[in-house]
Design a binder for this molecule. Sequence first.
Ligand code: PLP
Length: 399
Amino acid sequence: MRAANRLSAVSLSPILAMGALAAARARTGRPVIVLAAGEPDFETPAHVIDAATRAMHAGQTKYTALEGTIELRDAIREKFRRENSLEFAREEIICGAGAKQILFNAFLATLDPGDEVILAAPYWTSYSDIVALCGGRPVSIPCNEDKGFKLTAEDLDRAISERTRWLLINSPSNPSGAAYESRELLQLTSVLERHPHVALMSDDIYEHLLYDGRIFVTPLQIAPNLRSRTLIVNGLSKAYAMTGWRIGYGAGPKAMITAMAVVQSQSTSCPSSISQAAAIGALLGSQATIGARREKFQLRRDSVVDALNRVPGLRCRRPEGAFYAYVYCGDLIGRRTTDGITLESDFDVCRSLLDSADVAVVPGSAFGLSPYFRVSYATSEDVLREALDRISEFCRRLQ
Ligand code: PLP
């Protein structure tokens, strides 16, 4: 089979690739610990599963409206009212099979060949690949650790060209956990006000995983005048531990949502009817698990970051949110493992960590900013402790 040319611009997600390498190693009997996955280790709340079961028995097993059922779109409108003080009409909401499908819908619906999308590196690895698959050009702006891994207004202004269609903001961020403060969002949105041809996409999927009492703000709350060109992307995967249910949603101007619906009508038609019922249960039911899990994640963040900073050769900024730590490993480059391998990149560090210490993490090269690796702490405290002991031992034995 000959693959289409458009595939040459994309690769298998390095996160999935690392997962596959780890799985292959585990199959040989090695006690591999995988800190590569971007999904909570918690269960989907019981009342959400009950909502899905009830829906199945009530015969909700058919195609639904392609943008999602009226009930789900209304539940999402209620969520925006309750949590973000934003009002959306039903026609301004679309549901898809995960936030990932919403991103696909949006980029396929809006990008012409060569159109540019500005990404703040480190960024979620799928952004650049999805943009490329849709014919666009990802424009990666390095956002260094001394800037908190955040895009500045000056860098944004400099990056905007005539071909720029979107700025994509993801706060709190995968992979760095960095979150923008209102003041910083205001600076960015002020730049966009001077460039009316640039739309704003805000991926809010980690909105509920923000620590130390920080309050989440989505850019549209700060800059309501950007409403006609802002798309909010969100989903149930992270906040409600519902990665396998595949429900995400977008909220934006009617014309944009209608264009996205056209795309979706020729791909999945609609998200799973049963998952939609579960999502209504999640959005309108008890929200108690969100706060309880956030507290657990914050404790894990602290123990993971403290432990990483005690490892010679590693450095880790304390992230404001999400469930990832982005670890600087530049001081390991040039060192040699006990197997005689010289580490020349963050990919080498991750490969050797897997081969010698049975710990899988994802290289920073996957996220557009090296030399780093990403640790996901969405796993139990015991497993994290063991993994960090192994990472520490690996680093101590480097020559
Ligand atoms: N956006 C970000 C930043 C993510 O990290 C992920 C998943 O890892 C997604 C979107 C996609 O989530 P889903 O498609 O499960 O809703």
